[in-house]
Write a protein that binds this ligand. Structure first.
Ligand code: HEM
Length: 284
């Protein structure tokens, strides 16, 4: 007793001088986009009712009715408009006619939704599933939060913002070899010694999207991205009148003079869809 007391004393004293205030990077939400080809001729007639019963059982809310934020646990029906191939080939996503989104606090609910949906679709249909987690932001301090996120668009009903876009991307090994402090600099403008902007960087190049685009980014569940998965699955919604702004924001980000970060980006297909309220409208 005497020995323990004497030994721990200095350690306790030392610990008392240090904070233990590491911010969490643990997931705050789980989600998946389940993408598949199909039509009323190829999909079992019972699938729509089975999906609805499943969403009731898992207590998932239809995002078509969202007003002012992501529901805790939700699902969404997205119908294909078009898809543009990216540098990373991904036929399952590019050719998908339909996409269902699911999000929930627990990974189990998301896995159950994906597995059950696959079962309802039958053995002929093999969905492409893009799964991920939402984590606290990596590079955003107070000032960047106030610029990029403080007045972000929250999820609106599908009637108000019917357009949906999914852009999965990965970053090159060269990006990941950089120290996080260097990676961080790509989100800010670059200035010369006289204070002139050399490159806008990610946040400034994309700024036109802040007042009109709903943004959501999933990252892989694992520490390092498993083969065949993307580093980031980015998703956007907007009103009809803001579709041109969405495209111009993407063009600005892809312009490596304005945004040098994109030199390290490899995109999968850009999939554009329409948010619909019901299963039947997916095939209408
Ligand atoms: C609408 C305006 C946009 C603003 C203001 C914005 C701002 C930001 C900021 C500040 C970050 C850093 C987040 C962090 O701290 O971890 C970020 C990350 C990211 N953004 Fe954007 N962004 C916008 C649009 C877009 C678009 C259109 C894409 C297209 C794919 C995109 C893709 C990404 C990706 C993949 C990341 C994660 C990058 C990484 O961690 O290396 N963003 N964005």
């Amino acid at each position: 007793m005497h020995w323990t007391y004497g030994y721990l004393g200095p350690i306790v004293l030392c610990m008392g001088l240090r904070a233990n205030d590491v911010r969490s990077t643990e997931p705050i939400r789980n989600g998946a986009y389940v993408c598949f080809k199909g039509s009323p001729n190829t999909i079992p007639a019972t699938a729509g009712a089975a999906v609805l019963a499943l969403t009731d059982r898992l207590e998932l809310r239809n995002e078509f009715d969202s007003e002012g934020g992501d529901p805790q646990a939700s699902y969404a029906y997205l119908r294909r408009v078009m898809a543009t191939p990216g540098e990373i080939p991904d036929d399952g996503l590019e050719q998908a006619d339909v996409m269902l989104h699911v999000a929930a606090p627990s990974p189990g609910q998301v896995a159950e939704f994906c597995n059950e949906l696959e079962r309802f679709l039958g053995p002929q249909i093999k969905p492409r599933v893009l799964r991920g987690v939402v984590r606290p932001l990596s590079y955003t301090g107070n000032a960047m939060h106030n610029f990029s996120y403080a007045h972000r668009v929250l999820q609106q009903p599908g009637t108000v913002m019917p357009n949906a876009f999914l852009i999965p991307v990965s970053k090159t090994p060269g990006w990941w070899e950089k120290h996080w402090m260097e990676r961080h600099t790509y989100f800010l403008p670059r200035y010369d010694d006289e204070g002139r902007v050399l490159h806008e960087g990610h946040a400034l190049a994309a700024a036109a999207g802040i007042p009109c685009l709903l943004r959501r980014t999933y990252k892989p569940q694992a520490e390092s991205t498993p083969a065949g998965q993307y580093d980031f699955v980015s998703y956007f919604e907007c009103a009809n009148e803001d579709v041109p702004t969405f495209h111009s924001v993407c063009a600005a980000l892809r312009d490596t003079e304005r945004n040098p970060e994109w030199r390290f980006v490899r995109e999968g297909p850009t999939w554009q869809g329409r948010r619909v309220a019901t299963w039947d409208e997916l095939f209408g």
